[in-house]
Ligand binder design. Structure first.
Ligand SMILES: Cc1cc2nc3c(=O)[nH]c(=O)nc-3n(C[C@H](O)[C@H](O)[C@H](O)COP(=O)(O)O)c2cc1C
Ligand code: SF4
Length: 517
C-alpha cells in the first residue's frame, strides 16, 4: 500500500530547499521501489523546522525536519516511511508544542491538505459554510457575521458585519467584493499562507460575502511579489468553476458569483483601501477622500465590500459552525482568533493562531523561544511599519485591540517583529520616517512634506545637533502628521517615531531623557 509523504509547497519551505527535497524523496523512493504518494501541502508555519517533511502512518502524521536533500538517503535507511527513528524526527506533528497549543480556526486546513485539491478541501469540511449560506436570506448571513464579533484583520479592526450590512442596504446596479491581498506590512505572512496553503477557504469566504450583499463579481487584489499564491488561487478558482462552486449558477441555486485575481505592483499605499480601488480601476494608487465610504461608493462608484484575506477566510467557519462558536474565542471586544506572525530576531519564527488574550510574553518566550541571537529582547514592533515599538515593560499586554489602544499601540494585521538590545531605536525612528517618505502617495501635505522633513530632523538628532530643540520639533511635526494626514500612512508614522522616543529616550541622547521624564 502506498505511503503518503508530505513536502510543503509554501514559499517559506521552497526558499529553504523544499523543491529539491521533494525531488530527492521521489528519486530515492523510485530507486528503492518504495510505493509513495507525494503530496505538496502548505506549511504548518514552524519556519525554523522547514522544510518539514511528514509521513502518514497508522499512528497519525509524523514529522521530520528541517530536511535537506542530503538527509534523504538516511531517512529511507531509517525506514522513515514507517516512522523510523532519525536525528531529524520530531514525533507526531500535532503533538509539537508550538502547534498543539494553538487554536486554529481560520488556518484549520493549512499544512494539512493539498491546497489545490478540491476533493481534499471537501474532505476536510470545505464548502459547508457556503452550503448553509445558500439556504439563508442575505440579512441572515450578515447577522451570523455580526454575531460572530469578527473585526477586520487588515489593520483597522472595523466590525465586518456592520460593513456588510451597509453594502447590503446600499442601492447599486452592480455590487462588488474586493479582497485586500496586498499584505504590505513588515514581518507579515498570514495572508500569503492562507492563499498558498488553503486558497479555497478564501474563494468560499468571498462567495458567501457575495451572497450576503447581492454582489456578483469579486476581485482579489494580490501583490505581485506572491507568485505562488497567484498560482494556487488561480488553480482553486478554476477548480471551483469546474465543479459549480463559482459562476452563474452556484451549486444549482440560480445565484451567481464570478471571481478573478488582479495583480498590484507593490506600492505599500495600495494596501490602503481607497488607493487599492483606484489601482484596481487601472489608475495610479492615490488615496481617495472619505466620505463616501467604499461600502456606499467603492469600485467603479458601486457599493463594495473591501476586506482583508483573513477576514474573508474566517467567514466559512462562522457560517459552518455559527457566529456563537466563533465568538466564544477571545476576550473583551476582540472575538475569535488572530493568526499572529512571529518574525525578526526570534529563535522560533512562524505562524501562531490563537484566541485573543494571549500575551506578548507568551508569544515571545513560550512559542518564540527568545531572540535568535540569545540576547535580551529590547522591543517588539506590532502591527507593521506603522505600529508602535513596545518595550519589555509592556510584554504582559494581552493581544486585544482595546488593551493595545490603551497603550497607544496597535495590533494591526498581527505581525510581531522582534529586536534585541543591539538595535538603536533612534535609527528605527528615522527608518519609520524614511519609509513614509518613500511610500507616501503625495496627496496630502503633512505626509508628503512632513515625512521628508522628519528624516532631516532625525538626522540632526542622531548627529547630536541642537538635540533638545530638534526633539521638540520632531514632536510638533508628529503632532501635525497625526492630526492632519488624509490616511493612516502619514497619520500613523508618529506611532513608531514617538514610541521609540518615549520608551527608549537613552537612544536619543541625554536631552531627550530629561524631556521624556
Ligand atoms: C498605508 C496602508 C496600508 C494598508 N495595507 C493593507 C494591506 O496590505 N492589507 C490589508 O488587508 N489592509 C491594509 N490596510 C487597511 C485597509 O485600508 C482596510 O482597512 C482593509 O482592507 C479593510 O479590510 P478589513 O476590514 O477586513 O480589515 C492598509 C491601510 C493603510 C493606511
Ligand atoms: S497620508 Fe500620505 S499616503 Fe495617505 S493620503 Fe496623505 S500623502 Fe497619501
Amino acid at each position: 500500500m502506498s505511503v503518503t509523504v508530505y513536502v510543503p509547497r509554501d514559499s517559506s519551505a521552497l526558499s529553504l530547499g523544499a523543491e529539491k527535497v521533494a525531488k530527492a524523496i521521489a528519486q530515492e523512493a523510485a530507486k528503492r521501489g518504495a510505493d509513495i504518494k507525494l503530496v505538496r501541502n502548505g506549511s504548518r508555519g514552524l519556519f525554523w523546522l522547514e522544510p518539514m517533511v511528514e509521513v502518514a502512518t497508522p499512528a497519525g502524521r509524523l514529522a521530520y525536519g528541517p530536511v535537506q536533500p542530503k538527509d534523504v538517503t538516511s531517512l529511507f535507511d531509517a525506514d522513515f516511511l514507517k516512522g523510523g527513528k532519525h536525528p531529524l524526527a520530531l514525533g507526531a506533528t500535532d503533538e509539537i508544542p508550538y502547534l498543539k497549543k494553538q487554536e486554529r480556526l481560520t488556518n484549520a486546513r493549512v499544512g494539512i491538505t493539498d491546497p489545490v485539491s478540491l476533493d481534499d478541501y471537501l474532505a476536510h469540511e470545505g464548502y459547508r459554510g457556503l452550503k448553509n449560506a445558500l439556504d439563508m436570506a442575505p440579512a441572515e448571513i450578515v447577522k451570523a457575521v455580526t454575531d460572530s464579533g469578527l473585526r477586520g484583520r487588515g489593520g483597522a479592526a472595523f466590525p465586518t458585519g456592520i460593513k456588510w450590512n451597509t453594502v447590503l442596504n446600499a442601492p447599486g446596479e452592480q455590487k462588488y467584493i474586493v479582497c485586500n491581498a496586498d499584505e504590505g506590512d513588515s514581518g507579515t505572512f498570514s495572508d500569503r499562507m492562507i492563499m498558498e496553503g488553503d486558497p479555497f477557504v478564501l474563494v468560499e469566504g468571498m462567495t458567501i460575502a457575495g451572497l450576503a450583499v447581492g454582489a456578483t463579481q469579486g476581485y482579489i487584489y494580490l501583490r505581485v511579489e506572491y507568485p505562488h499564491a497567484h498560482q494556487n488561487l488561480n488553480a482553486a478558482i478554476q477548480a471551483a468553476y469546474a465543479a459549480g462552486y463559482l459562476g452563474k449558477n452556484i451549486c444549482g441555486s440560480g445565484k451567481a458569483f464570478d471571481l478573478e485575481v488582479r495583480l498590484g505592483a507593490g506600492a505599500y499605499v495600495c494596501g490602503e483601501e481607497t488607493s487599492l480601488l483606484e489601482s484596481l480601476e487601472g489608475k495610479r494608487g492615490l488615496v481617495r477622500f472619505k466620505p463616501p465610504l467604499p461600502a456606499i461608493k467603492g469600485l467603479f462608484g458601486q457599493p463594495t465590500i473591501i476586506n482583508n484575506v483573513i477576514s474573508l477566510a474566517s467567514v466559512p467557519i462562522i457560517l459552518d459552525k455559527g457566529g456563537e462558536y466563533y465568538r466564544d474565542f477571545g476576550m473583551g471586544r476582540s472575538r475569535g482568533t488572530l493568526p499572529i506572525q512571529l518574525a525578526g530576531n526570534i529563535k522560533h519564527p512562524g505562524l501562531i493562531e490563537k484566541a485573543f488574550g494571549v500575551t506578548l510574553r507568551e508569544l515571545l518566550y513560550d512559542y518564540g523561544g527568545g531572540s535568535a541571537t540569545g540576547r535580551p529582547i529590547k522591543a517588539v514592533q506590532v502591527g507593521g511599519p506603522l505600529g508602535a515599538f513596545m518595550p519589555e515593560s509592556q510584554f504582559d499586554t494581552p493581544l486585544d485591540y482595546e488593551a493595545f489602544a490603551a497603550l497607544w499601540a496597535v495590533l494591526g494585521h498581527g505581525g510581531v517583529v522582534v529586536f534585541d538590545d543591539t538595535v538603536n531605536m533612534a535609527d528605527m525612528a528615522r527608518y519609520a520616517m524614511e519609509f513614509c517618505a518613500i511610500e507616501s502617495c503625495g496627496k496630502c501635505t503633512p505626509c508628503r512634506i512632513g515625512s521628508t522633513r522628519g528624516v532631516e530632523v532625525m538626522d540632526r538628532i542622531i548627529e547630536n545637533q541642537d538635540r533638545a530643540s530638534n526633539i521638540q520639533l520632531l514632536r510638533d511635526l508628529s503632532d501635525t502628521m497625526l492630526n492632519g494626514s488624509l490616511c493612516a500612512l502619514g497619520g500613523m508614522t508618529p506611532y513608531p517615531v514617538l514610541s521609540a522616543l518615549n520608551h527608549f529616550p537613552e537612544d536619543f541622547g541625554a536631552d531627550s531623557k530629561a524631556k521624556a521624564a
